[in-house]
Design a binder for this molecule. Sequence first.
Ligand code: CA
Length: 146
Amino acid sequence: MKTLARLLASSLFVCTVGSGLAVAQHVDKVTAGGFITGTPTAARGNFGLNVRNPAAPSGHLNYLDHGTTPIHVSSTSITSYTIVNATTRTFTGTCTINGVGGFTFTCTVVDNGEPGTADTFSLSLSSGYNASGTLVGGNVQVHPVP
Ligand SMILES: [Ca+2]
């Protein structure tokens, strides 16, 4: 019985890993990194993000406004991920601002081709902070399900 139990346990493990990989390869996702200049502080706003899967949203957003008093946003959860159209993705979540939790955010990115000089990034925080603009550097890349 012990051997059978072990076999069953290892089979379940293999199945779980296998389906996990299949899901990871067949979900919509967006990756982006770069900076905009349309920030409230007029300084650069650098961002990096990797968010996926409308059915079970996950990923991370990192953002830094390089103003005199820097504003650092780090997501703590992704609560929604929406395929708006072929080039646009919107996602929401909870975040910390300069290490303080309890905030929410909405982020919209548009992939208008390569390189990313026509792509756009927009971030709205529950603190009232809003920044958006066309990328000055970097790239947004939408990865639709093939
Ligand atoms: Ca792009």
